[in-house]
Design a protein around this ligand. Structure first.
Ligand SMILES: Nc1nc2c(ncn2[C@@H]2O[C@H](COP(=O)(O)OP(=O)(O)OP(=O)(O)O)[C@@H](O)[C@H]2O)c(=O)[nH]1
Ligand SMILES: [Mg+2]
Length: 318
């Protein structure tokens, strides 16, 4: 039986062969965060600083006049099995300080996630809602449809909506859900080096051109970096030193046509039995970028609304 990877890529075992040539890891980091490279290097408590920063950012924007939302809404997107649901779970692991499994995740040939599920954050992330969706698939009538993504972005999809790519009946466009403010696109580190077969490429390009039309921005999360770099697997603090991780990030930026600083490598909590505070750091660096983009979008919308109402006032004065 074909695995989901065999269905998506021409040569699913190419990366296993490439593992033999492990490059020597550079001493200098390929990405510099002042707080991680300073005198003290990685601090376990740093993830708490990131949580507080996210909270301060969301609060300051959401309380602004004309911001018509009480939450920052972030939607996951990506191929089937790319780690979308596991990323949501990892964020709850950080909040709960234990292994949590809120979103359904696991190995599956088709998309494990079949419904449009939302997960509202808690504690410092209580202003954030994460939306989980069905994975993108190469095969026709399988995986999330571009049409569904469009509706989700606009907030025209109800909670618990059952994705049905085989059905001719589409969502009827009534506003029940919440508008999306930023997209987190997941791609797994191993797959990014594979030659994507034509139908996947076509579907991805279709989604890309759709997303480009929307004013909301997106970030790319490169998941499963433990599968491409043993050194990072052993010690997550090597993540920004690893040549393999750097290559995966650069490749993702090229494939998704985004700037390098929009691509974030992460290791999700999957087999772990305990939380590793260091692992929380890359996860929160990725999330905080998505929150920044989400708040930027809301600020732009608020400015637009303000200008519109000022114009109206001026017109009535005349
Ligand atoms: N090694 C490793 N495995 C991961 C990581 N993230 C996710 N996985 C595994 O990848 C598989 C798919 O993960 P999911 O989170 O269900 O992926 P998904 O994108 O939600 O999949 P669908 O809902 O089927 O589209 C699961 O077996 C996870 O345990 C990671 O960072 N490292
Ligand atoms: Mg899923």
């Amino acid at each position: 039986m074909a695995t989901s990877k065999q269905k998506l890529f021409k040569n699913p075992f190419a990366s296993l062969r490439s593992k033999k040539k492990e490059p020597i890891e550079p001493v200098e980091p390929w990405r510099v965060y002042k707080e991680l490279t300073g005198e003290h290097g990685w601090q376990k408590e740093y993830y708490k600083t990131l949580l507080t920063r996210i909270k301060n950012n969301t609060t300051s924007v959401l309380k602004k006049e004309d911001v018509g939302s009480e939450t920052i809404n972030i939607m996951m997107l990506g191929y089937v099995q790319s780690g979308k649901s596991s990323t949501i779970n990892s964020i709850f692991c950080i909040l709960d300080n234990r292994i949590s499994k809120r979103a359904k995740s696991g190995d599956s040939e088709d998309s494990f996630t079949q419904t449009y599920d939302s997960f509202r954050g808690e504690k410092q992330l209580d202003d954030i809602i994460l939306y989980d969706v069905m994975g993108v698939e190469a095969v026709k009538h399988q995986g999330i449809l571009t049409e569904d993504i469009k509706m989700c972005m606009k907030g025209d999809v109800e909670e618990s909506y059952q994705f049905d790519p085989r059905s001719q009946k589409r969502i009827d466009g009534k506003v029940f859900g919440k508008e999306i403010h930023c997209v987190m696109y997941c791609v797994d580190a191993e797959s990014i080096f594979q030659e994507i077969i034509e139908p996947v490429k076509k579907k991805m390009q279709e989604i890309e051109s759709e997303l480009k039309l929307n004013p909301q921005d997106r970030i790319v999360l490169v998941t499963k970096i433990d599968t491409i770099c043993d050194e990072t697997k052993k010690d997550i603090r090597r993540i920004f030193h690893s040549k393999k991780v750097q290559n995966a990030v650069e490749m993702a930026a090229r494939v998704f046509k985004v700037s390098l600083n929009q691509v974030h490598p992460i290791k999700n909590y999957t087999d772990e039995v305990e939380i590793d505070e260091y692992k929380n750091i890359p996860l929160l660096l990725g999330l905080s970028k998505a929150v920044d983009f989400g708040t930027d979008y809301l600020r732009n919308m608020a400015d637009k609304a303000k200008r519109k109402s000022q114009q109206k006032e001026q017109q009535t004065e005349i």
